[in-house]
Design a protein around this ligand. Structure first.
Ligand SMILES: *[C@@H]1O[C@H](CO)[C@@H](O)[C@H](O)[C@H]1NC(C)=O
Length: 304
C-alpha cells in the first residue's frame, strides 16, 4: 500500500515537471511573438516576418503568384475577427515560391513547400511587429530535447480565434520516422513532442527567438502510422535549415554567421592584457622605505 503511495507521488512529481516544461496552449500577445503573421493569399496561411520587407510562408499559399495580403501584429485571426483589430495590413509586391516547390511523384507529398513574400511597403516596427532572427546552418538538424515555441491561432472568442503558443520538445529523427512512416521527410523535416491539446492550426516554430520551422499542416496532413497516443499530425514541421541559403539569396536579410566565428577567435587574445596592466600598476613595495629609515634611526641611537 505504502509502496504504491510513494510510486504514485513520484509519478505526480514527474508529471508536474513535464507540465512545467511543456506548457499546453497558452493565450499570448503579439508582443511576445511579434514575428507571427497571418497571410490571405491563395489560402489562409501563417508565416513569419524576417525583415521589414520579407515574410516566410509555405509555398502552397502563394503558388499562383496572384495576390497576397499580410496582417502583422494581430492577436486574433483577422478572417473571423469581428470585434478586434486586423493588425497592420500590407499587400505583397512579389511572391516567390521556392523554385523546386512541387509534388513528390510517388505519393503526391509536397516538397520544398517554402516561399517568400515581398511586402509593397515596409512593415512599421512596433512592440507587436518585429522580425524574427534566422538561425545558423550549424543549428540543424536540431538536437533531440531542444525546446521550441509553436504559435498559431485557435479557440474562438467572439467569433475570432486568438493567438496561442505552446512549448514543445524536439524528438529524435528515428522516432519521427517511426511515428510518421514514409511520409516523413528526414532530410527537411523534424518532429516534436507535446503534451495535452495541440494548437489545431500551428504556424511558426521558433527556438529562443530564431525561426526554425513552419508547420507542415498545409503540405498534406501527415498521419501517424503508430498507435501511440503521443503521436499527433500537428507535431511535424518543415525545417528552415536546408532553405537558409535560398532565403538569404532572395530576401534582404543580411548573413550574420561569419561574425560569430570572428568573435570566437578574438576571445583568447584578450586574456593576457589584464595581467600586463596589473604588473604595471603595482608600485614597487612602499613598505620597505619606512623599515629602512627605522633601521638607520635605531643604528644611530645605538652609536650615541
Ligand atoms: C517561449 O516563449 C516564452 C514567452 O515569450 C519565452 O519566455 C521562452 O523563452 C520561449 N522558449 C523558447 C524555447 O523559445
Amino acid at each position: 500500500m505504502s509502496i504504491w503511495l510513494i510510486f504514485g507521488s513520484l509519478l505526480g512529481v514527474i508529471e508536474f515537471s513535464q507540465q512545467q516544461l511543456l506548457t499546453p496552449l497558452t493565450k499570448t500577445s503579439p508582443e511576445l511573438f511579434p514575428y507571427q503573421v497571418y497571410v490571405e493569399a491563395d489560402l489562409y496561411c501563417l508565416g513569419a516576418l524576417i525583415s521589414t520587407r520579407f515574410v516566410v510562408v509555405n509555398a502552397i499559399c502563394i503558388e499562383s503568384r496572384n495576390h497576397a495580403e499580410v496582417h502583422l501584429g494581430t492577436e486574433s485571426d483577422p478572417f473571423y475577427n469581428i470585434f478586434g483589430t486586423k493588425g497592420q495590413v500590407i499587400k505583397a509586391s512579389e511572391l516567390l515560391p521556392h523554385p523546386e516547390f512541387g509534388k513528390r511523384y510517388t505519393d503526391h507529398v509536397l516538397v520544398n513547400n517554402i516561399g517568400l513574400i515581398k511586402l509593397r511597403d515596409p512593415a512599421i516596427l512596433t512592440s507587436k511587429v518585429q522580425p524574427i532572427k534566422l538561425p545558423s546552418k550549424y543549428d540543424f538538424p536540431l538536437l533531440p530535447g531542444t525546446l521550441l515555441n509553436v504559435t498559431g491561432y485557435m479557440d474562438s472568442i467572439f467569433m475570432s480565434d486568438i493567438l496561442r503558443f505552446m512549448t514543445v520538445k524536439v524528438r529524435p529523427q528515428e522516432q519521427c520516422q517511426e511515428f510518421y512512416g514514409k511520409d516523413f521527410m528526414t532530410d527537411v523535416e523534424q518532429c516534436v513532442e507535446a503534451t495535452g491539446r495541440r494548437i489545431d492550426w500551428p504556424g511558426v516554430f521558433a527556438m529562443d527567438g530564431k525561426l526554425v520551422g513552419l508547420a507542415r499542416e498545409l503540405s498534406r496532413s501527415i498521419d501517424c502510422v503508430v498507435s501511440d497516443s503521443s503521436c499527433s499530425k500537428h507535431d511535424v514541421f518543415l525545417s528552415i535549415g536546408p532553405y537558409l541559403d535560398w532565403i538569404y539569396e532572395n530576401s534582404d536579410v543580411p548573413r550574420t554567421a561569419p561574425l560569430v566565428r570572428i568573435i570566437r577567435i578574438q576571445q583568447p587574445q584578450f586574456v593576457p592584457k589584464p595581467l600586463n596592466r596589473l604588473q604595471i600598476v603595482l608600485p614597487p613595495s612602499p613598505i620597505i622605505v619606512p623599515e629602512l629609515v627605522n633601521i638607520h634611526d635605531r643604528e644611530g641611537f645605538d652609536y650615541i
